[in-house]
Design a protein around this ligand. Structure first.
Ligand SMILES: [Zn+2]
Length: 493
């Protein structure tokens, strides 16, 4: 049984889809005029995990995410760059898809665009006008009449009259009520993209696209609607009003909202100049690190980004992959010796037996990825305590424990699409990024190691120690193994 916190009812509820075994899900997608920032990546990563977990739990899932490809910001950017809107939107749709690939987010089943659905949008607006839920102003702008939909505000728990006080909306003589919002905007000049409509040439307002496209792909009522909390009002509230105003049936049964991302405890904003683009983050820290970080807090909590936080996550990821690497190396040889497990072996064995049931329980409980990671950290710690203990023997019993660990992590990575890289290659890429970030190179380290070997052979232990200490101060740790010296990086401390 999966439980989901439903914003509409403000309760954690047992998830029951409309049609047994099938889930229909819509998530608001990006306005394609720029690269997305790491705050936009949070819903992208989270709702992908939701869809994956639902599939893992046996549901067949249809997921739709739209592209807003008509918008003031797009028009502005196109004018600035003296290109067509189409050039802008095509470029940023493809950049968004590249970010999805780097974050290992699966493609939704449909990614409809506004420009591809103008007839559906016009038809919906016509229905709303016919039902008295919308009206046409003198210049051809069409507004949704918020007063025609008394439950308006039911999602964000706001009353229409309170909204009026809080909104401080500028009076607009074209609107019958200040809260009314635009469904169709007449063309202002010939630089704007426009389509023919019964109200003259123009383009859709922002909110109507999600109503028209979700209904087209998922039906009048569907199961899950997702998005960031910042979209709850007015965007999602308007989606409900338009959809239910047009169809007279419930629009969506479960509304799921992820909380926002802050940067060093501040809101990410252009004016503060603290925007981190997803692409820049990935280049510096890997897509897996971003995904791991974004899922590390419960989706309903705010998540604070800071560089020390990110290094903590890189360090944890490094530890997990190192353990996977060690476990895989051990598993390459078949164990012949049979011998009871050590105390540490027993602890890892006991934990491993319940691991899958426990992480599923955490996911069933409102997709608690934070709890899943806590379980992974415990598992990794127990496995390391077992295999790193002096006198560890590769026995049939140990093989069972280690094979189970590798298999468990593989199953989990099928849901999270994390921890699924080939460990040795991934660890190397983490090391190289670490070095680049600090202006060092692998050759420099190799050279220092050779110097240290030389110093030791000349019995100049003071110099050898100094080389080791200097590297350590730069986050590089040396490990002497027989005649060989290995090195690794330390992300924290
Ligand atoms: Zn939307």
């Amino acid at each position: 049984m999966i439980q989901i916190t439903n914003t509409l009812t403000s309760k954690k509820e047992i998830f029951t889809p409309l049609e047994p075994g099938k889930v229909k899900m819509y998530v608001c997608g990006p306005t394609v005029y720029n690269f997305i920032h790491i705050g936009n990546a949070r819903p992208l990563v989270f709702f992908d995990v939701v869809a994956r977990y639902l599939k893992f739990s046996g549901f067949s899932v249809t997921r739709v995410m739209n592209y807003t490809d008509v918008d003031d910001k797009i028009i502005q950017k196109a004018n600035e760059e003296k290109v067509s809107c189409d050039t802008i939107t095509r470029k940023y749709i493809s950049e968004f898809e590249e970010d999805m690939r780097l974050l290992k987010v699966e493609r939704p089943d449909a990614q409809p665009t506004v420009t591809g659905h103008i007839p559906e949008i016009i038809k919906m607006i016509e229905t709303l006008i016919a039902k008295g839920s919308a009206y046409v102003a003198s210049d051809g702008e069409v507004f949704f009449s918020v007063r025609s939909f008394p439950p308006y505000g039911k999602l964000s728990k706001k009353k229409i009259d309170d909204l009026l006080v809080g909104a401080r909306v500028a009076p607009d003589e074209k609107k019958r009520d200040p809260l009314d919002f635009s469904l169709w905007k007449p063309r202002k000049n010939d630089k704007e993209p426009a389509w023919e409509s019964p109200w003259g040439p123009g383009r859709p307002g922002w909110h109507i696209e999600c109503s028209a496209m979700s209904i087209k792909y998922l039906g009048q009522t569907f199961d899950i609607h997702g998005g960031g909390m910042d979209l709850m009002h007015p965007h999602h509230e308007n989606e409900i009003a338009q959809s239910e105003g047009a169809t007279s049936v419930p629009f969506c049964n479960y509304w799921v909202h992820n909380n926002l991302l802050t940067i060093n405890s501040e809101k990410m904003s252009k004016s503060l100049g603290n925007i981190w683009l997803t692409r820049d983050f990935i280049k510096r820290f890997t897509g897996e690190t971003l995904k791991f970080f974004l899922l590390s807090g419960h989706y309903r909590s705010t998540l604070d980004f800071s560089e020390p936080q990110v290094r903590e996550h890189q360090s944890a990821l490094h530890r997990i992959y190192k353990t996977l690497e060690k476990a895989r190396k051990l598993s390459q040889t078949e164990a012949h010796l049979s011998q009871p497990l050590t105390t540490e072996g027993n602890a890892a064995d006991t934990f491993g037996r319940s691991f899958e049931a426990r992480w599923k329980e955490a996911m069933d409980d409102d997709f608690n990825t934070a709890r899943v990671f806590a379980l992974v950290f415990d598992y990794v710690r127990l496995i390391n305590a077992f295999i790193d203990k002096k006198g560890f023997k590769w026995t049939k019993e140990a093989e069972t424990v280690l094979n189970r660990f590798v298999a468990d992590m593989k199953t989990l990575s099928g849901v999270l699409n994390l921890f699924s890289e080939e460990p040795t290659a991934y660890l190397q890429s983490l090391r190289l990024l670490f070095l680049t970030d600090r202006g060092m190179s692998e050759d420099q380290i190799k050279e220092a190691i050779l110097k240290r070997i030389q110093a030791r052979s000349e019995k100049n232990f003071a110099l050898a120690d100094q080389i080791r200490n200097d590297l350590f101060a730069n986050g590089i740790e040396l490990m002497d193994k027989g005649n060989e010296t290995e090195w690794d990086v330390k992300f924290t401390g």
